[in-house]
Design a protein around this ligand. Sequence first.
Ligand SMILES: Cc1ncc(COP(=O)(O)O)c(C=O)c1O
Length: 370
Amino acid sequence: MDVLAEATKRRQAGHAVISMAVGQPSHPTPKAALEAANAALGHGRIGYTDALGTSALRHTLAGHYRKRHGVEIDPVRIAITTGSSAGFNLAFLTLFDAGDSVAIARPGYPAYRNILAALGLDVVEVPVTAETHFTLTPESLEAAQAASGKRLKGVLLASPANPTGTVTGREGLKALADYCAANSIAFISDEIYHGLTFVGEETSALELTDEAIVINSFSKYYCMTGWRIGWMVLPERLARPIERVAQSLYISPPELSQIAALAALDAEVELDVYKESYRRNRDFLARRLPEIGLPLASPMDGAFYAYVDVSRFTNDSMVFAKRMLAEINVAATPGLDFDPLEGHRAMRFSYAGSNAEIEEAVERIAGWLK
Ligand SMILES: Cc1ncc(COP(=O)(O)O)c(C=O)c1O
């Protein structure tokens, strides 16, 4: 956030800042979603909806799982949320008690750690490395439990993952789901980067088990970060408890955003064009970053991030990020955000921007590193 604030300040002062710091698409909300929202605004009344969201959106999402993943989901198992961020709060509050241990990957999305800690939960950060194909495994979870001396109550995995870009395949996901079921551990699958898989298969945990808590969002593939709208798919027995907590915390997800999201689910043709532009950025970065001395620290198979090793140039990614911004007006995120132990040697570059911007940023970095 410090880098972002500085980038905004520099941009306002007239510098040509390119931001590869934020995990959000530079593309607009799909046309059909904007039209649906405009029409709704014309009617004038935007109100509360049911706490778990509109029946239209819940039914249409059930259809999305039938079409994309070949699974039948009863719409009563679907909860619409205020972004996936609200989904995490709801899941953690409903599933866990203070002091419970929950495992996440390191490096991983920093808000997991922060929300869990804020709720008084023990965060067990499990390192993901080349040895574990940059994902969690039953063995790495066992080792983490042995080291902490406490049994896990929950495991949270994102696939595709932020910042590593790891796509956990069907077998890996199944091994985790089975391990969690056998050990009475809640398995939370963050599928927010679904739709943005470039290498390998994109499996939903729902294809493997009815017990997973799946969290998803319209922020990334659907280009709707600012609409703050997401969803969860729950085991049926959790729908009512989640509804009670959701009603108290949020009353309902925003109605206008639900109307727009419903239309966005039909916008695949438009959105797949954007996905192709990320793919071009990805292929360019996969070739160019190692050439300029920034080897990839993880696979880049999905999402829109390149996580690179900067240890040839620095042992302090925060200083690296600040200098890069001050000297060549390129903003990116220090690895320390994602990995408090080893992130001083890494940086994350988001490639959700335009092709021209990404190429210009890399050429600036190449000249600077020389
Ligand atoms: C892995 C992951 N999960 C969840 C989120 C939160 O997204 P939102 O609340 O916009 O749905 C992000 C945002 O960057 C993310 O990277």
